[in-house]
Structure formats: C-alpha cells, structure tokens
Design a protein around this ligand. Structure first.
Ligand code: CTP
Length: 399
C-alpha cells in the first residue's frame, strides 16, 4: 500500500474528467490513503457527492458558507499531507493563478500549508492557449506540482493533448514525488538528447538515427528523484510532456555545445545522451547545391566534443556521465572514453544487442565507472533503463 496512512485532500472541479474521480478515490483508498473530498459547485454536475462520500467514507464538502466548512477551510489544508486537485479545469486554474477565491475549494487552496499537486483536464486548444500555459507556469512558480495532461481521445471527440492523467498515473506521481526519498532535491542536472543536424546547404543536412527517447526517459527519471533539469534537445520528433523542465531546442553540434557550455557552471550533474555529429561540412552552401558532376565531395571538419569539453571544465563535485554506442570492442572503447573525456561514468549500449540502440523502445546497457566497477543490466524499456542509470548515479555519487 504505497500511500498507507497518508492524508489526501482531493479537490474536484467542473470538468468532464470528473467522472474518473470516483475511480480515483477508490484507488487512493485502496493504496492506503485517508481521503477527504472537496468539490466546486459545478463539479456536482459531473459526479454526485453521494458517490464520493460513500467511496471516501467521509462527508464531501462543497459550500463555502456552510457553517462547518467555513470553520474548517484552514484546518483542511493543515490536515492533509497533500492536496490534489483532479481534474483541474481551465476556470479553476485561472482563479488559482490570479487569487480569486469564490468557493470552498479555492479558499482551502489559498490557505493550504501542505504541498499542492494538480492534474489539469481540458480540450487541447484550451490547454495550449497561452493564457492557460501562463497560468500553469504561475502555479509552478508558487511551488505547486503539475501532473502533465496526456494525449488521447478528448470529450470533444477530437484526439489530442489535454486528457487528465489516469488515476494510476496520479497515484504513482504522488507516491514518487511526495513519499519517496528524493536524493536529488536541490541538484541541477543537464541532459543532452537526440541527434544533431549539420547543414550542407539550405535543404540538406548530415544527421543520424537518434530518436532522443533515452534522454527524454532520463529527464523523467531525474525529475522524479527531485533534480531541477535542463534538457538540451536536438531535432527529435519524440513526444514528451514534462512540466517544470527547462528545454533548450538546438539543431547543430555547435549550438548544442554552446547551450551546454552556458549552463554547465551551474550544473551538478550532466548526462550526455545526444548522438552528436562528429563532423560537420566545412562550407555550408548558402544556396541549394545543384546536381552537376557524377561525384560530389564534401569536406568535413571535426565538431567540438561536448562531453570532452565539459570534462575539461569539470570542478570537484560535478558529476559527468557519457554514453557510448559501439559495435565492436565495446568494453575497451567504453573505458577509453571514460578516461579520455574525464567522465565519471560511461553508459555503454552495444548495437550487437537485439533491442538496443536507436529508435527502439527498449535498451540494454552496461555501466562503467571511473574506479573500475562495471554494472550489467538486462534488456528493459528505456524508462526502466533510465531509472537504473539514475539509481546507479545516486548510489555512486549521492548516497
Ligand atoms: N559526444 C559529445 N560531443 C561530440 C561527440 C560525442 O558530447 N561531438 C558525447 C556523446 O553524447 C556521448 C559520448 O560523447 O555521451 C560518446 O559519444 P560517441 O559518439 O559514442 O563517441 P565519440 O567520442 O564520438 O567517438 P567515436 O564516434 O569515435 O566512437
């Protein structure tokens, strides 16, 4: 029971996703939590208080001016270990961001001394509207945590982003963010991910098959352990739905190098998963190269090795992790990279392992650390691999 004995105050607002609230309450109770429910008046149009009071085994509170609720609103936020608002409608989000307090749920929110986490739910266009995104950013600046809206079928019948996270995801989020140890709190992490594109002319480039999946999984794993993460991401098409991550989009190796150099001084931990081009054209033609001769020679020059440059700058206490993708002599090359780039750890994935490497959803890695230890892992999903890597980093450098 991951939430055994934990007190969860669940706020429900007027959104069609409120139909999931009954299931959410049931799952929270099953996970061991004690649950009290507050609804906004319009939430009653979507789910009945009777259902929720039955499932939570506590009376449901709605009216601000009910004698009992008024006296209680300060105490509720003190009673709870976590206040969860799910679903969070566009309207209640805006009121929270701007200090409007016209119902009990908002009064409890503004007086809550416990951590607050929200699971937004709305139509995709509402979700992407700058006003909504500004309001989300405001909540984050207040220290509230956001459980990202998911992609899927929406109440409008359209497919897109804006669905409330599933109850299992919400419970998992609460468990990992509030009730598991977070050894990387206060640590700033830098992750590079994806390929780089080196322009040949305005329409062509030299690139590679990196999808960015591994780096994106690492960002999630680091954030779960409390790190404040900056992601420097090359041209990846991978979908990600982070909140609270500083993402810098870059195209070329040179841009990635500059973005990393800019933040590295303030970084505690850097994990370089990007497949950075090793060479770039000497001349990037200003106009499209026309087809003329039967052969075409491109002169390439070495790019800056980002990992190596960070290794040269590294101060005591900074942890630097590199990746190595090899096809032969794997261990020897991985150890050589560890030494040459002054890294603390190299994560090796061999293209000889089925299911490892570019584009796959799975990966199989071996970790080499600078004192000579070696850690072997089975083939797993990239998210599980990312969790293993982060757990190893924590064990070696932050335990
Ligand atoms: N890397 C980097 N900058 C580069 C090239 C690589 O930061 N210009 C980083 C990668 O992100 C990875 C590590 O260095 O963490 C190893 O990358 P890899 O391509 O395996 O090795 P290279 O150093 O490029 O050597 P080679 O291609 O000869 O194996």
């Amino acid at each position: 029971m991951p939430l055994k004995g934990k007190k969860i105050l669940l706020g429900i607002t007027g959104s069609i996703a409120a139909y999931k609230s009954a299931f959410l309450v049931r799952q929270l109770v099953k996970a061991g939590a004690e649950v009290k429910v507050i609804m906004t008046p319009s939430a009653k149009d979507f789910v009945t208080p009777l259902t929720l009071s039955t499932l939570s085994k506590n009376p449901v509170l709605i009216d601000l001016f009910d004698e009992e609720s008024w006296a209680n609103h300060v105490m509720l936020g003190r009673w709870a270990d976590v206040m969860l608002i799910a679903p969070l409608s566009c309207n209640t989000l805006a009121k929270m961001a701007h200090g409007h307090c016209d119902n009990l749920l908002l009064a409890v929110y503004f007086s809550a001394t416990c951590p607050v986490v929200v699971a937004p739910a709305m139509d995709e266009d509402m979700w992407h509207h700058p006003a909504t995104q500004n309001n989300i950013a405001k909540l984050q600046s207040f220290g509230n945590k956001i459980i990202p809206a998911e992609k899927g079928e929406l109440a409008s019948g359209l497919y897109g982003e804006g669905r409330m996270a599933e109850p299992e995801t919400i419970i998992d989020f609460i468990h990992t963010h509030f009730f598991l140890p977070q050894p990387l709190v206060g640590k700033k992490a830098l992750v590079t991910a994806g390929p780089t594109y080196e322009a040949i002319d305005p329409v062509r480039f030299i690139g590679n098959h990196s999808s960015g999946k591994m780096g994106i999984a690492l960002v999630a794993a680091l954030q779960q352990k409390g790190a404040d993460v900056t992601l420097v991401l090359g041209p990846s098409r991978e979908f990600y739905s982070f909140t609270g991550i500083n993402t810098v989009r870059v195209t070329s190796a040179e841009e990635m190098y500059r973005a990393c150099m800019e933040v590295f001084d303030k970084t505690d931990l850097a994990v370089m998963t990007a497949a950075v081009a090793d060479y770039t054209p000497v001349v990037k033609a200003g106009e499209k190269i026309k087809k003329k001769d039967s052969t075409l020679t491109l002169e390439l020059t070495k790019t800056k090795d980002i990992l190596k440059s960070l290794g040269e700058k590294k101060r005591n206490g900074q942890v630097l992790v590199g990746f190595a993708l090899e096809t032969n002599n794997e261990e020897a090359y991985a150890r050589e990279k560890l030494a040459q780039k002054n890294a603390d750890m190299i994560v090796l994935n061999s293209l000889n392992d089925a299911g490892a490497g570019f584009g796959h959803d799975t990966n199989k890695v071996t970790i080499f650390e600078k004192k000579g230890q070696r850690f072997d892992f089975d083939i797993k999903s990239k998210q599980e691999v990312a969790n293993d890597i982060v757990d190893t980093i924590i064990r070696l450098f932050y335990a």
